[in-house]
Design a protein around this ligand. Structure first.
Ligand SMILES: Cc1cc2nc3c(=O)[nH]c(=O)nc-3n(C[C@H](O)[C@H](O)[C@H](O)COP(=O)(O)OP(=O)(O)OC[C@H]3O[C@@H](n4cnc5c(N)ncnc54)[C@H](O)[C@@H]3O)c2cc1C
Ligand SMILES: NC(=O)c1ccc[n+]([C@@H]2O[C@H](COP(=O)([O-])OP(=O)(O)OC[C@H]3O[C@@H](n4cnc5c(N)ncnc54)[C@H](O)[C@@H]3O)[C@@H](O)[C@H]2O)c1
Length: 486
């Protein structure tokens, strides 16, 4: 039986972005309807962050076993011979069960039952605008005061001849593999490609990454090179400046990928499995955006700095809004939309505080402005750096590769930071606070950091700001004068 409801807010898409809006609205007692056509929790929970980080956690154990000998620890019963082949045996069914168990553990937080318990109306159907003020989902017509489109994104298939005709994996299917691929060929050396390349290599697969440009192209090239070198040292073949020129199925059920490098070199790579990790496409199709008078393009729904679409009643947030595609960014968008919708406060997205981390080992990421972006924005910039080779915590785990860079503006203000190194994501989380709160290097100089921590590297880099002033002859004279007083 069809029904008409009139909530204050209608959210389309129950992923990180949409559910954050719904939870906040209910916390303030505001009526909200949520439309979701597939699994509650969206990409992050079901086919993105959570399964990928769970797989990475499994792979870390495999790596720890293989590298244990350097610490004087040998896997297997006491007295077992050393160096007798690979000590790791991966049971991919069990790895898959681990991933599913992690998802199942988090799922109640994003579930229909939880949101209905909070007082939201949850409609499990595809939603479409039928006019600028109406959405229809299944047999429900929703006339809300405000709409929030949070429909996310899906894997993009690059235009590679043959790709659509051969069996291939994406993030929507790769975590369901019950067998370890013999040779996984990955198209794309972005965050998805490299996180999964290292994880599958550690679990025992041969892995080749085919990247048309530079791997981790959004990150600082010097830092990205640290990660790529580590992957290569672990046995991942990373082919940069190399594009896939064609794909065919082979008779054994695998694929043959023809590649063309920038220098003209052609190769054929025979893989047992092909994973496409070549970027994302916003979910804008079949949403009735024209009927809703909502503008969109290939990057997603067009929004202003306050995340409002051409139809002032409608906001677009998260992956579909065409800027950055991260769960924390979706959550940030949700907060802005809630402030605007509930409190009518003016809001504006601040891209100069965005952090990201790619969870390879070592981790790599950035927060705030890069040196180039800061200069382009008119800042006078100093880049301070410290190597992980000087960090005692890193030394204890024999993980001395990489470095941290701080982008510092006038008065020592921290405008940005980037790092590749052990647990770099945790240190960048702390630096996200420094960037967001406009802190200066002095705050780091004045803070006592616990020893030995990876995060101390940020203080070490910050202190180099004072290097020049320490060599100032006037400071030397002042010290001599003070000594003269006894
Ligand atoms: C492999 C992988 C690893 C990742 N790792 C990280 C990470 O470590 N850290 C990080 O920050 N980000 C990570 N991301 C990115 C992160 O997953 C996304 O940025 C985030 O999930 C976006 O949230 P969203 O709410 O915008 O979209 P989604 O989570 O995609 O949710 C959109 C929802 O809308 C629904 N929907 C779509 N159209 C309709 C419709 N018409 N009607 C009803 N429902 C509809 C969909 O079914 C979906 O559930 C990763 C992504 C991938 C693919
Ligand atoms: N840790 C994290 O935060 C995390 C992890 C995974 C994904 N994500 C999010 O998901 C998004 C999508 O990730 P992604 O890695 O798929 O996309 P991406 O756009 O970041 O990287 C895709 C890569 O594929 C390459 N490529 C495209 N077509 C190609 C072709 N025909 N042949 C060879 N290479 C080709 C591109 O040059 C690019 O480097 C990310 O941008 C990020 O926002 C985040």
């Amino acid at each position: 039986m069809s029904r008409v409801i009139t909530p204050d807010i209608c959210v389309i898409g129950a992923g990180s972005a949409g559910l954050s809006v719904a939870a906040a609205a209910r916390a303030f007692g505001v009526e909200v309807a949520i439309c979701e056509e597939a699994a509650m929790g969206g990409d992050c929970l079901n086919s993105g962050c959570i399964p990928s980080k769970s797989l990475i956690a499994a792979a870390r154990h495999a790596h720890a076993i293989r590298t244990a000998a350097a610490f004087g620890v040998h896997p297997g019963p006491a007295g077992a011979p050393e160096g007798a082949g690979d000590p790791v045996a991966t049971n991919m069914e069990a790895v898959r069960a681990h991933i599913r168990a992690v998802i199942a553990g988090i799922a109640p937080h994003d579930s229909q039952a939880r949101f209905e318990g909070l007082g939201a109306t949850v409609i499990r159907a595809r939603a479409r605008f039928t006019d600028p003020r109406t959405v229809v989902a299944g047999d429900t017509t929703i006339r809300a005061r405000r709409f929030v489109v949070a429909t996310g994104s899906r894997p993009a298939l690059p235009k590679v001849p043959g790709l659509t005709t051969v069996p291939h994996l994406t993030n929507e299917s790769v975590f369901d593999l019950g067998d370890l691929p013999e040779h996984l060929v990955i198209l794309g050396g972005g965050p998805i490609g490299l996180e999964l390349a290292q994880a599958y290599r550690r679990l025992g697969a041969a892995v080749t990454v085919v990247e048309a440009a530079r791997a981790l192209g959004r990150d600082d090239p010097e830092l990205a090179a640290v990660v790529v070198a580590r992957l290569r040292a672990e046995g991942v073949a990373v082919l940069e400046q190399t594009r896939a020129a064609g794909v065919v199925a082979d008779s054994a059920g695998g694929v043959r990928v023809e590649t063309l490098a920038a220098d003209g070199t052609r190769r054929t790579i025979a893989g047992s499995h092909l994973l496409v990790a070549a970027g994302r496409r916003p979910n804008v199709e079949d949403l009735g955006l024209e009927a809703g008078e909502i503008g969109f393009g290939p990057r997603g729904i067009r929004v202003d700095a306050g995340l409002r679409t051409g139809n002032r009643r409608v906001y677009a947030i998260g992956d579909v809004a065409g800027s950055f595609q991260f769960t924390h960014w979706a959550g940030y968008h949700a907060g802005l939309a809630v402030r605007s919708i509930l409190f009518r406060l003016p809001v504006a997205e601040r891209r100069d505080i965005l952090p990201w981390v790619t969870f390879t080992d070592p981790e790599i990421g950035q927060v705030g402005l890069s040196a180039n972006a800061a200069r382009a924005a008119g800042h006078s910039v100093t880049v301070l750096s410290a190597p992980y080779a000087g960090n005692d915590r890193a030394a204890t785990a024999r993980e001395a590769e990489g470095m941290l860079k701080l982008v510092v503006g006038r008065g020592g203000r921290i405008l940005g930071a980037a790092a590749a190194g052990p647990e770099a994501g945790e240190t960048l989380a702390m630096l996200a606070l420094a960037v967001g709160q406009q802190m200066t290097v002095k705050a780091f100089a004045d803070t006592v950091f616990p020893y030995p921590t990876h995060a101390e590297i940020a203080r070490r880099a910050a202190l180099t700001y004072y290097g020049k002033s320490l060599a100032n002859p006037w400071l030397g004279r002042l010290l001599r004068l003070l000594r003269a007083f006894g």
